[in-house]
Ligand binder design. Structure first.
Ligand SMILES: NC(=O)c1ccc[n+]([C@@H]2O[C@H](COP(=O)([O-])OP(=O)(O)OC[C@H]3O[C@@H](n4cnc5c(N)ncnc54)[C@H](OP(=O)(O)O)[C@@H]3O)[C@@H](O)[C@H]2O)c1
Length: 274
C-alpha cells in the first residue's frame, strides 16, 4: 500500500556519485548541486566537458570514482544495461559503505539485481522519480517520487537523500517495487506504447487541429523523446507490461467490433462489410 512519508525530515549535505551520466543523470544532478550537495560522476561515454562546466568531478575510471568517498551512489544507467554495470563495480574499492540508489523506471528488476550483486553491508534504496527533463523543466513541485527502502541501516543518509526531493515539493510515495510495477504498467507503459504507435503512424499537426489533437501530438513528441532503450526496458523488465500490451490489443479489437456492429445496424450488413 502506498503511503505519503513523514520520515524525511532530518538531512545533511551529501556526496553523491552518479553512475550513468546521460539525460536523466544530468537532469537530477543540477537540482542536487543547487541544493549544495557535492556530485561526482562516471559513465560509459566521456561527459568530462559538461561535468567541468557544472562543477562535477568526472571519472573515466570507476576505481577513482569509488575511492571518492561518496555517501550515495546513484545508478542512472539504462534499464537494459543495469546488470552489466552493477556486476562490473569493484566494490572492494569503496572506502566506506555507501547507500546505493537506483532511479530506474521499473522497480522489481533493479531490486532483484541489487540484492543479488551488492555486498550485504551496502544499503539499497529503490526509487522512481515519476518525471523527467520535460515534465520537471519548471521545478518538481507536486511531481511524484516513489521509493522502496529495500535495505536501510544508515537512516541519516537515506533521509537526507529523500529530503532532496521532498524539499523540491515532490509528493513522496513509499510503496513496494511490485506495486509500483503494477501501477506503472497500466499508466507509464501504456502512455509509451500508445505514443510509440502514433509516432509509427507519423502523426503531426494539421491546419485544422483540435485542442485535443494538439495535446496528443505534444504528448507523442515528449514521450518519444525518451530513448528507445528506456521504452524497451519498460516492456522487457516489468512483468506486468506484457499483460497490459495484450489488454490493449484486445481492447482495440473490441472497439473495432463495436464500430462494425453499429455500422451493420445503421447501414445493413451487405453495405457495411469491410
Ligand atoms: N528520462 C526520464 O525522464 C527518466 C525518468 C525517470 C527515470 N529514468 C530512468 O533513468 C535512467 C536513465 O534514463 P535516461 O533518460 O538517461 O536514458 P536511458 O537511455 O534509459 O539511459 C542512458 C544512460 O545509460 C547509460 N548506458 C546505456 N547503455 C549502457 C551500457 N551498455 N553500459 C553502460 N552504460 C550504459 C548511458 O551512459 P552514457 O551516457 O555514458 O552513454 C546513459 O547514462 C533509466 O534507468 C530510466 O529508466 C528516466
Amino acid at each position: 500500500m502506498a503511503t505519503a512519508s513523514s520520515s524525511t525530515s532530518s538531512s545533511r549535505p551529501l556526496k553523491i556519485g552518479i553512475i550513468g551520466f546521460g539525460t536523466f543523470g544530468q537532469f537530477l544532478s543540477k537540482t542536487m548541486i543547487k541544493q549544495g550537495h557535492t556530485i561526482t560522476a562516471t559513465s560509459r561515454s566521456d561527459h568530462s566537458q559538461l561535468c567541468s562546466h557544472l562543477g562535477i568531478s568526472f571519472y573515466r575510471e570507476i576505481d577513482g570514482f569509488l575511492e571518492a568517498e561518496n555517501d550515495v551512489i546513484m545508478l542512472c544507467t539504462s534499464i537494459l544495461s543495469l546488470p552489466e554495470v552493477v556486476k562490473s563495480i569493484p566494490f572492494h574499492r569503496l572506502k566506506r559503505p555507501a547507500l546505493f540508489v537506483d532511479v530506474l523506471s521499473v522497480k522489481e528488476y533493479p531490486k532483484q539485481v541489487l540484492l543479488q550483486v551488492l555486498p550485504p553491508e551496502l544499503d539499497i534504496l529503490c526509487t522512481h522519480p515519476m518525471f523527467g527533463p520535460d515534465s520537471g523543466r519548471d521545478g518538481w513541485k507536486d511531481l511524484i517520487f516513489v521509493y522502496d527502502r529495500v535495505r536501510i541501516r544508515d537512516e541519516i543518509v537515506c533521509s537526507s537523500f529523500l529530503q532532496i526531493f521532498a524539499t523540491e515539493g515532490c509528493k513522496m510515495l513509499e510503496m513496494s517495487c511490485e506495486e509500483h510495477d503494477k501501477l506503472a504498467a497500466r499508466s507509464q507503459f501504456l502512455t509509451h506504447i500508445i505514443c510509440r504507435t502514433l509516432s509509427e503512424m507519423a502523426i503531426e499537426s494539421t491546419s485544422i487541429d483540435t485542442k485535443n489533437f494538439q495535446t496528443l501530438v505534444k504528448l507523442t513528441e515528449s514521450t518519444t523523446n525518451n530513448s528507445f532503450d528506456l521504452f524497451c526496458g519498460l516492456f522487457i523488465h516489468n512483468r506486468f507490461a506484457k499483460e497490459e500490451l495484450k489488454n490493449l490489443e484486445v481492447a482495440l479489437e473490441k472497439v473495432k467490433q463495436k464500430l462494425h456492429d453499429r455500422m451493420n445496424e445503421e447501414l445493413g450488413p451487405s453495405v457495411s462489410r469491410i
